[in-house]
Ligand binder design. Structure first.
Ligand SMILES: [Zn+2]
Ligand SMILES: [Zn+2]
Length: 188
């Protein structure tokens, strides 16, 4: 027996009209299969589901909110992140789609379509999906994050390491060499 508070049940929409559900769900970062996610707080989600225009189609509009700690892709330090986003989903029965011409190109407006086989949607699954969508491809603690020194691994945001200084020294050294050569040419 489904816990109706955690599931959008299409049969209930058919019987009673649009349904609004809300929930707060906890996740282990592992569940989301993104190593950039160091920690994630509870995810709050609210969704209203109603019948769509097509037979068997349901529209789900809602918002989700969560806070998390991401691992910066440059300096590997965790940093706090807060997200609040709206979503608009369209659920269509999978069977019906298979019967249609499979060569049909998916129009841009159909990109938010998801296909269902069971006539209920887990609110928790929707919440997971929203968190996954909100995680950037390359999370950065700051756009100007200096990252780690490739030589010694020092976090350049916090400490200047000697490697950088020696690179600069080499440049000055090269310049000094050019000066020497110029000086020699003058002497000739
Ligand atoms: Zn960083
Ligand atoms: Zn270094």
């Amino acid at each position: 027996m489904l816990d109706t508070r955690d599931f959008i049940v299409f049969d209930e929409i058919d019987k009673y009209g649009p349904q609004t559900l809300s929930g707060t769900y906890e996740f282990a970062p592992k569940e989301l299969e993104r190593e950039e996610l160091a920690a994630v707080g509870p995810v709050s989600i609210e969704a209203t589901a109603k019948k769509g225009e097509l037979a068997g189609e349901y529209l789900v509009d809602g918002t989700s909110r969560f806070t998390a700690d991401f691992t910066c892709s440059r300096c590997v330090e965790p940093y706090p992140f807060a997200n609040s986003s709206a979503f608009h989903l369209r659920f269509r029965p999978r069977l019906q789609v298979a019967q249609e011409n499979e060569e049909v190109e998916i129009a841009p407006e159909d990109l938010d379509v998801e296909f269902y086989t069971e006539r209920s949607i887990s609110l928790r699954d929707l919440a997971v999906e929203q968190v996954q969508l909100a995680i950037p491809m390359k999370p950065l603690c700051d756009e100007n994050c200096l990252g780690l020194c490739p030589k010694c691994g020092a976090n350049r945001n916090r400490e200047g390491c000697q490697c950088e200084a020696s690179v600069v020294d080499d440049r000055w050294g090269a310049l000094a060499g050019i000066r020497e050569q110029l000086a020699k040419k003058k002497d000739v």
